[in-house]
Design a protein around this ligand. Structure first.
Ligand SMILES: [Fe+2]
Length: 244
């Protein structure tokens, strides 16, 4: 069964992902050997350190990587969009603006800042849903002000937010608190995806198989399939997530 990794930093030199094309290639080989069939390449965009507002440059870097990797694992382009109060204006300019959705779909991978006080996520999610987008909140379990506020997470899910957990949080590599938040979201059936959020070929590597086994062991094979295969496949196909 081919796993699908929705969140990987793979373009060399554009953010805090791999520094060189060789490292990016090594990450792709590692992901393929670990069972990933498709990787969505998600460079940071709108981040203060890595704005990456030249979409054409990202596209060219992506094509160069794809040519080096060959047919397997499959690569598609997306981005991880830093959220602030201005994001709605820029999303309005899609398609044709500077921002990238996940694989050209209606799904947007959103990175909320690690400190509270910026844009209110409930409002952002609400506005994006009205505009026809499916907002995917990247790793809520690693954002303390979200992770510590289960009621807000549940409200966000009710408003249409989708949650992407990070594989290393699920396995406990990012500590007990992140792992407990993942367990809560899976228990409540409001976890939608598990992705690697890999940045390199060593400590933050694109491995999903260990987390897949952890979810299958704790919640059953069907839940694991949904989070690692079926839901991500719906993103690639630009379809709504399958009903639970
Ligand atoms: Fe990321």
């Amino acid at each position: 069964m081919g796993l699908i990794d929705l969140h990987v930093h793979l373009l060399p030199g554009v953010d805090d992902g791999p520094a060189t094309p060789d490292e990016a290639l090594a990450m792709c080989r590692l992901a393929g050997a670990d069972g990933s069939e498709t990787l969505v390449v998600t460079p940071h965009q709108r981040h203060e350190l890595w704005p990456n507002d030249d979409r054409g440059a990202l596209q060219r870097a992506f094509e160069a990587l794809q040519a080096a990797v060959g047919p397997s694992p499959g690569l598609v382009l997306g981005a991880e969009l830093r959220v602030d109060s201005e994001i709605l204006v820029e999303v309005d300019a899609l398609p044709g603006g500077s921002l990238l959705s996940l694989a050209g779909s209606r799904y947007l991978l959103l990175e909320f800042p690690s400190l509270p006080g910026g844009a209110e996520p409930v409002d952002i999610v609400h506005e994006l849903r009205i505009a026809g987008w499916w907002p995917v909140v990247a790793h809520p379990e690693r954002i303390p002000w979200l992770a510590e506020d289960p009621e807000r997470l549940i409200e966000l899910a009710e408003r249409g937010a989708l949650f992407q957990l990070t594989a290393m949080s699920v396995t406990g590599d990012f500590g007990r608190r992140a792992q407990a938040c993942c367990a809560l979201l899976i228990d409540e059936a409001i976890a939608h995806f598990v992705a690697s959020d890999a940045h390199n070929a060593t400590r933050r590597a694109p491995r999903l198989s260990t987390a897949f086994r952890a979810v299958a062991g704790g919640w059953g094979e069907q839940t694991a399939r949904r989070l690692f295969v079926d839901n991500p496949a719906a993103v690639l196909a630009d379809r709504p997530l399958p009903a639970v």
